[in-house]
Design a protein around this ligand. Structure first.
Ligand code: ADP
Ligand code: MG
Ligand code: MG
Length: 243
């Protein structure tokens, strides 16, 4: 089944056109990798799909499960099953990881999450991610290292169980052990009922994931889509040959 369908998407940020007509279709069960030069518009694409108000759609449409979500607010998209792990997660003062995640889960699922069962699930998920359980009661990302912030994003993905998860450079700033743990957790999360979109500059995070499609994004457009063999080509030759 088609989850995401993007047609001719144009997006402006602060008056500047960043995405210049982008088409993309993602089906349940698929893994899509987005690679491309710095500033090409990769994060902009994810933010536009999530509905971040700073990213203005000036042309084209975004459909999710056949429904036009182009003008839908971010919280409704989250409820529909769209999730984004941020490239640079910010701290949220005054609310713990556990309460933040439980509240998000209640809102998104429409079902109140009882404290004890939720805590048990959260702790098990943290264990899988090799996060110290003390992080559950700390304020979200407050004083967290880059790697701990990225793990917290993946923790939220696992707990919220989105149909479409967009992971923006989830591997940047992670040591080799953390990359392994995160990639294993992401691979375990992925199944035929959900889809992943992964922005990365490295292939390690994709181990165990078997990407279906790799897209090369340059200057606001997808200039090439192909199989996983594209990753090798990019790592060997860079982006010059795609321009
Ligand atoms: P990528 O993720 O491919 O490196 P981005 O989508 O982050 O690129 O950025 C594309 C362009 O849009 C860049 O020139 C960037 O400076 C600009 N941009 C993105 N987000 C913002 C923002 N929130 N405010 C201002 N400029 C932005
Ligand atoms: Mg698959
Ligand atoms: Mg980016």
């Amino acid at each position: 089944a088609e989850l995401l369908n993007i047609e001719g998407l144009k997006v402006e940020v602060e008056g500047k056109e960043i995405l210049k007509g982008l088409d993309l279709t993602v089906r349940a069960g698929e893994v899509h990798v987005i690679m491309g030069t710095n500033g090409a518009g990769k994060s902009t694409l994810f933010n536009a799909v999530m509905g971040h108000p700073k990213y203005t759609v000036t042309g084209g449409s975004i459909f999710f499960e056949g429904k036009d979500i182009t003008r839908m607010p971010v919280d409704e998209r989250a409820k529909a099953g769209i999730f984004m792990a941020f490239q640079a997660p910010i701290a949220v003062q005054g609310i713990s990881v556990e309460n933040f995640t439980r509240s998000a889960k209640s809102t998104i699922s429409g079902e109140t999450q009882r404290i004890m069962p939720f805590r048990k699930k959260l702790k098990a998920q943290m264990e899988e991610l090799k996060m110290d359980s003390s992080y559950a009661s700390r304020y979200v990302n407050d004083g967290f290292s880059g790697g701990e912030r990225k793990k917290t994003e993946i923790l939220q993905m696992c707990m919220l169980e989105p149909k479409l998860a967009m992971l923006d450079e989830i591997d940047s700033g992670l040591d080799v052990d953390a990359v392994r743990v995160v990639s294993q957790t992401v691979a375990k999360y992925h199944d035929e009922g959900n889809a992943l979109m992964v922005i990365t500059h490295h292939s390690e995070i994709l181990q165990g994931l078997q990407p279906d499609v790799v897209h090369v994004l340059i200057d606001g457009k997808i200039v090439k889509s192909g199989g996983p063999e594209l990753i090798q080509v990019i790592e060997e030759k860079g982006y010059d040959s795609f321009r």
